[in-house]
Design a protein around this ligand. Sequence first.
Ligand code: FCB
Length: 450
Amino acid sequence: MVLSREQFGDDFTWGVAHASYQVEGAWNEDGKGESIWDTFTRRRGKIRDRSDGTVACDFYHRYSEDTRLVADLGFGAQRFSISWPRVLPEGTGRVNQKGLDFYRRVVDECLAADVEPWVTLYHWDLPEVLQQRGGWANRDVVGWFGEYVDVVAAALADRVEHWMVFNEPCSFLLGGYLSGVHAPGVRSLRKFLGATHHTNLSQAAGAAALRARSSDLQVGTTHIITPMVPSGTSERHLRAAASIDAFANRVYIEPNLGLGYPVDDAPLLRGVDRWVRPGDDSAIRVDWDFVGVQYYQRLPVHAVPIPLLRGVPWPRRDHRSYDITAMGWEVQPEGLYDALAKVHAYDPDLRLFVTENGVAVPDRIEDGQVHDPRRIDFYRRHLEQVLRAQSDGIGVDGYFCWSLMDNFEWAEGYVPRFGLVRVDFDTQQRTVKDSGRWFEQLLTANPTAR
Ligand code: FCB
């Protein structure tokens, strides 16, 4: 199918996404405090190429040219996140004005370039000082987070309309508190459940802080949705898929919608009870203006229990029949449709945006060009699924590519490259890849001649 911008509707938002720790660098400049990723990356064996985000893409200094590039490629929105320790170096209390000023400059640059700023409040870089006090496993975090959101909203709510409270709670909770592969590297089912409940409460505290600043804001959050596909039709496989779906998707979505924890499908989640206090059922509820759906892969589930989860099955990839990305993920565009349909089913009136979707492929620079046909094919096929969702009545109002440029991919370091723009991490030179040009062609009437 040949895609055209018009098929998606006049009001459809076309954007790119990135996140503070992955692109900013300037890890200790202008009064910024340490984040849990600053400390985690120093631990041996945690990052595949032993790298870190101290410089990353140097977005802290290059935000102007990067934002202009976003506009030149035809995108109308840039989704970026705020680094909590840049704004509140001690986690609470003293505000670092220079940190806030940086984000005001980024926002102003966006507005000047006709690029709408979309702000994520937490994309995984908690202040280290708060981790020392237990991080997300300490219930006090709900108050700390509310205070932080209020400080940011006070500075930016006059010029930012779209806000996302969290980026993918699933990822930093499962990765940070259960498997330990992400910061802060904790491996504890008990703490994972506590951190999950406190994050769900913090969704509500963050949303309330935003709404208290202005009733004009669009308040949302983002979730990674990983559709779980049973490997067979037997009861055993169906139960396995339902249980991992509860663990990996539903537990971060349903409490905020007033549906409680999905304990029937994943009895292990009952352990969350010890963290729940009277009144939490109502305090946790949020009336979202929109939800950001982030999709990377769909997972086949085999009924193989893993010990840490005492009997809960875990997905295992089936690499036989699919194109595999540099992350080892299977390319399955229909999974994006399934992910959108899953969230839509909770509330058909909820506005949805695809706030992340993209692919890492091992691209190379040749004669100043990066030919990445696999990435173009990936985007084309996933965008077709967005059209399919729209034509089935699922309200999808925008699509953000992950990512504008190659960046620090957490535990994988700089090995996987997700960008529409290549970054040479020695020189910080940016080179628009063919996929970036492909979007430019789709989105603008006058693509730059190659
Ligand atoms: C998502 C994260 C994002 C990036 C992509 C590849 O889960 O939100 O920061 O790492 O995966």
